[in-house]
Write a protein that binds this ligand. Sequence first.
Ligand code: SAM
Length: 255
Amino acid sequence: MNKLFNEDIELFFKKRVKSETIDLIIADPPYNVLEIEWDMFKSELEYFTFMKKWLIYAFDSLKEGGTLYLFNTAYNSGKLISIIEKIGYHFIDWITWYKKDGFTGSKKKYVNNQETILFFSKGKNWKFNYNEIRTPYVATERLKHAAEKGILKNGKRWFPNEKGKLCTNVWEFSSERHNTKVKGKVIKGFHPTPKPSKLIERIVLASSDKNDLVLDLFSGTGTTTFICKNLNRNSLGCELNKEYYEYAIKRIGVK
Ligand SMILES: C[S@@+](CC[C@H](N)C(=O)[O-])C[C@H]1O[C@@H](n2cnc3c(N)ncnc32)[C@H](O)[C@@H]1O
């Protein structure tokens, strides 16, 4: 079952989500940075109050051992960690999404080409399918040697894993605006900030199993629901904007 609802996040939690039923939450909320109606808040206080409110509902919805991945800017993420810990979540990691291409060119500071994904759990016994998200080794010459004879490590012979190395917490994925360039030119997409499918796939594989129940919060173009459907995970999602919602249900073929 994969379902999307065209409604505000608070109403969505009240109407659709039961306590302690969710295995994984992927939340891609407004960042309070874009000049676009759904991303603008009157003040930082208003923004963080909004964030805290739905994060409390989200905590209640998680099963013990369930996890939350939260996208944001590095600045907001820094401020959010203590707010989120106070709700009761256990902080696991700060993942940096390195987007390769930079955005606003700046001559006063470094050009930003990263976003943050905060990784939390409810309780300390969370699921992590590390074998599902291995990535290719880099040092291929050394690896060839290691594959044949093994490398001596702490008195034992180490052989490379055929699926690749363990995944690190710096993730390289081109942003969608880069992926969809035509003849090198950025084309204005239907949605300003869709997330790359491959990035969402890594999260879903790492932190859920088949038939688990995933929440796609602030679903936008429905990337998370799309991946959940392909990977046989159940999902529930919400998106306030009617046009984005309609685009998402057409893309995924769910309602
Ligand atoms: C950063 S975008 C999500 C993009 C999405 N991850 C994707 O891949 O397309 C945030 C989305 O949150 C939606 N949104 C903003 N406020 C909301 C609210 N109160 N309840 C539900 N959705 C909301 C916006 O319309 C926007 O599409």
